[in-house]
Design a protein around this ligand. Structure first.
Ligand code: A4P
Ligand code: MG
Length: 298
């Protein structure tokens, strides 16, 4: 990406009730925020038109409102919230947020404590699967719940497909069949934060984890996160098996015929290869999972 311009606000102060101690929740304390918004200021600078930039007065008020609304335990969570507020402005491509807690309960003399994070608006592809319970209802609810999580916006969803269960031992026609789909999100979260949200929604639908590739009420896998390549103990992106699974590739190609799986190439080509290898995927007629949503990202 070409280097963008920056708009910076420093020292924005609000009275918040964030923290883990009862006194903090009761009395509150000041929180001080600095933000640097990365955006293209070329049009605003040339045309002298306020609508081409972000109104820093309004943004400042929004940020202080985010400090002063419902309390959270961690300044990390507050910083995440503020990043979402800033990135809710379509012209903001990325943001650096610093949250200072000058009166933090630290039992030794200190100059300051702060967290700083960088967030950009990122598109992510999620593979959805279920083969226990009311599969379609679970998937519909899960997608709707994801859309309400802070920092997540749903963009579009594939049609549902029905697929035989793939076990570690191979295809198991005797096991309950899966419904699978693929959804595209836009998020201001980091990939690790998005994984936490996916697992929360899985857990809320009674997901248990006794058997690898075992039957499940709901599985939400992070297939891609922008162009990111990640390999940590908790998260591998792109998903290490997505490139060979027709139950991911068929719905994904229907969602986006131009899609590319980083490191593997065109999704339509991968899909054709997986289908040629004999994997079976059937249409599952149902109403669309998502009507395009326009809720803000916070
Ligand atoms: N993890 C690492 N990378 C990721 C990622 N990109 N997305 C870690 C999500 N999770 C990721 O996952 C185990 C751990 O993987 C997580 O704790 C996370 O930190 P899990 O969901 O608890 O367990 P799992 O899903 O059984 O394991 P695994 O190996 O991820 O399974 P898959 O590959 O997701 O396969 N057959 C059909 N027809 N349709 C299906 O949807 N799904 C599976 C699950 C098997 N057979 C299937 C289907
Ligand atoms: Mg999984």
């Amino acid at each position: 990406m070409t280097r963008l311009d920056q708009l910076t606000l420093t020292g924005l102060t609000g009275h918040g009730y964030h923290g883990v101690f009862p006194e903090e929740r009761r009395d509150g304390q000041p929180f001080v925020v600095d933000v640097t918004v990365h955006l293209d200021l070329g049009r605003a600078g040339a045309g002298d038109v306020l609508a081409d930039t972000i109104h820093y007065g309004e943004l400042a008020v929004e940020i202080v409102a985010a400090i002063e609304r419902d309390p959270v335990d961690l300044i990390e969570t507050l910083a995440e919230r503020i990043a979402a507020v800033v990135l809710d402005h379509e012209s903001a491509a990325a943001v650096d947020v610093t949250v200072h807690k000058p009166q933090a309960p630290i039992p030794v003399p200190f100059d300051g404590v702060s967290v700083r994070l960088h967030r950009a608006r990122t598109r992510a592809i999620i593979a959805v699967g279920a083969n226990l319970g009311d599969r379609e209802a679970t998937i519909r609810q899960a997608v709707a719940e994801l859309a309400t999580r802070p920092g997540i916006r749903l963009r579009r969803a594939s049609p549902l497909v029905e697929t035989p269960a793939l076990r570690t031992s191979g295809v198991d026609e005797a096991a309950p069949a899966y419904l699978n789909a693929v959804i595209e999100l836009e998020t201001t979260l980091a990939a690790s934060g998005l994984l936490v949200e996916l697992q929360r929604v899985e857990d809320a639908h009674g997901r248990t984890r006794e058997v690898r590739w075992g039957d499940r009420t709901l599985d939400l896998d992070l297939v891609t996160f922008g162009e990111a390549r990640l390999d940590t103990p908790d998260l591998v992106v792109p998903h290490p098996r997505a490139h060979e699974r027709a139950f991911v590739l068929v719905p994904w190609a229907e969602l986006d015929a131009e899609a590319v799986l980083p490191g593997h190439g065109a999704v339509t080509t991968l899909r054709d290869r997986a289908l040629a290898a004999g994997e079976r995927v059937e249409a599952y007629p149902a109403a669309p999972l998502v009507t395009p949503l326009t809720e803000p990202l916070r």
